[in-house]
Design a protein around this ligand. Structure first.
Ligand code: CA
Length: 219
């Protein structure tokens, strides 16, 4: 079962009446779940939610920081129009090989430009190339200590009205437990507090899956 902060019966009910998971995504989710780091993939209802967001804002040009085995990128890419594109950042050839296999099977490989490098380097390069204010949507789901850096660069890359979605902001509920004081939990707490004060964005922290903050760049 996917990670959820909800009561289990409510979670199963939500899935039973709302999840519309394409077969390829289901296969990818099952293949990934068998891997040691399988817990890192996003929940299926979250993939569907992000696909809805992408359709809602009619996104064409998107960014992903943290691909892993590709569940989120595949969910988003399937929701993009035929001329949609994604720049996808990850450091792992091994995990993204699985992602690439599914992108190809789903017919969306042509939409996705995978950059194997530290994401900060890729984001800085995009900015240096003059791609600021050109992205419609960005999904941030990588090393949590770098969230402030990913956030600042992605905010520059988004157009006004563009949307950023940042994953794991509830960190299995640890952010709300004062007994938990490890470095990653504290980094996410600090990040959440910083965004709360950031008037450059309209904000909502959505309690889906492991917590997903939505931040829309104000004009
Ligand atoms: Ca995540």
């Amino acid at each position: 079962m996917a990670k959820t902060l909800l009561d289990e019966s409510i979670y199963h009910y939500i899935l039973s009446v709302s999840l519309r998971e394409p077969e390829l995504l289901q296969q990818l989710r099952q293949e990934t779940a068998q891997m040691p780091m399988g817990i890192m993939q996003i929940a299926p209802e979250q993939g569907q939610f992000m696909a809805l967001l992408v359709q809602l804002i009619q996104a064409k040009k998107t960014l992903e920081v943290g691909v892993f085995t590709g569940y989120s990128s595949l969910s988003v890419a399937l929701a993009l129009p035929a001329d949609g594109q994604m720049i996808a950042c990850d450091v792992s050839e091994e995990y993204t090989a699985i992602a690439r296999k599914y992108w190809q099977q789903a017919g969306v490989a042509g939409k996705i430009d995978l950059r194997i490098a530290p994401a900060l380097e890729t984001l800085d390069r995009l900015l240096a190339e003059g791609q600021a204010s050109s992205f419609d949507f960005a999904f941030i789901d990588a090393d949590k200590g770098n969230y402030p850096n990913y956030y600042e660069r992605s905010l520059q890359l988004l157009r006004p009205g563009g949307l950023m979605a940042i994953d794991n902001v509830l960190w299995s509920g640890k952010v709300a437990d004062p007994q938990v004081q490890d470095e990653t939990t504290q980094a996410i707490r600090d990040f959440n507090q910083t965004l709360h004060q950031d008037q450059r964005v309209s904000l909502s922290l959505v309690a889906i899956a492991d917590g997903l903050t939505l931040a829309m760049k104000r004009g």
